[in-house]
Design a protein around this ligand. Structure first.
Ligand code: SIN
Length: 293
């Protein structure tokens, strides 16, 4: 029997999970119970977990193959599958200069509502974000559930959106923040991807697959496509669809990467330390468009 208790947050996204120590290998029952809760609530909050990097990886691997982060300076303790989300320089343990180009682009990029890796042909399935060092003020993470937003659209609106295809392009986020383009060979590794605007999240649920990497809509001119994407983002990030996580060290937040947008909230980048580790479960198949009746 599973040891966990699941307390849904209502009416919005997510559930709190208690009764489990994630540093221990998961039993088959607890793994299945976590997967069930994840399928039902799309975002799970575990408090008071004290994990080594290996334990974070072992927990995450219960849910699939992990994505690799190629840049050694972004990796936690040399683990290719663990991304440091931080303003702390790994080599010096000091705060990074605010205008360091890599740091600046990551900070600007994650401050917008986004879905990790939405620009990949195979979008990621889930991310596990683990809080290690947190600023006293700010640095929360906001999450928005786009299945709830989709459910709240009128039937006519859903029908209008159902067949649209959106271009997701990592370069778009950079352009929007006035950052220079990446070298052509780096861009070539992640060319723009075409994704259904309305994705079939599972048998029962549909989601708006949007976020800051969206660059336009197939068949619409730029202004019209941008206006629709902006309107949907505004709609999907209303308070009734969102959750603001105020981090404590030892928090693990596991969230669906198909239907949960997220963004980092501001904090004093040049005066406070913030360190999270992120693992991301790789996608196995392209997104499913809506299967019309
Ligand atoms: C991320 O988008 O990967 C990080 C979000 C955060 O820093 O809160």
């Amino acid at each position: 029997m599973s040891s966990i208790t699941v307390t849904p947050r209502t009416p919005a996204i997510g559930a709190k999970i208690a009764g489990i120590d994630l540093s221990e290998p998961l039993t088959a029952e607890n793994r299945a119970a976590i997967q069930d809760a994840f399928d039902s609530y799309r975002l799970l909050i575990f408090r008071d977990q004290y994990l080594t990097v290996d334990q974070h990886v072992a927990f995450s691997e219960n849910f699939g193959r992990l994505e690799i982060f190629p840049d050694p300076k972004d990796m936690a303790d040399g683990h290719k599958t663990v991304l440091r989300v931080t303003n702390i320089d790994r080599a010096t343990n000091k705060l990074k200069p605010v205008d360091d180009p890599g740091h600046k682009s990551f900070t600007l990029g994650t401050s917008d509502w986004h879905i990790d890796s939405s620009f990949r042909t195979l979008p990621s399935k889930a991310s596990m974000l683990y809080g290690i060092e947190m600023p006293a003020d700010g640095g929360d993470t906001m999450f928005a559930d786009t299945t709830l937003a989709y459910d709240a659209l009128s039937g006519t609106r859903r029908k209008e959106l159902e067949e649209l295809v959106v271009i997701h392009d990592f370069e778009e986020t950079r352009r929007r923040h006035g950052l220079p383009p990446r070298p052509p060979e780096v861009q070539a590794a992640t060319p723009p991807a075409r994704q259904p605007l309305v994705a079939q999240r599972d048998h029962d649920r549909r989601a708006l697959f949007i976020g800051s990497h969206t660059a336009g809509i197939d068949g619409m001119d730029d202004a019209e496509g941008r206006a629709l994407l902006d309107e949907l983002k505004e709609f999907a990030t209303q308070p009734q669809f969102t959750y603001r996580h105020q981090w404590q060290s030892g928090d693990m937040v596991m969230f669906d990467n198909i239907c949960v947008m997220h963004r980092a909230m501001p904090y004093d980048l040049s005066g406070s330390r913030r360190l999270l580790h992120r693992t991301t479960v790789a996608g196995e198949a392209p997104l499913q468009a809506v299967q019309s009746a």
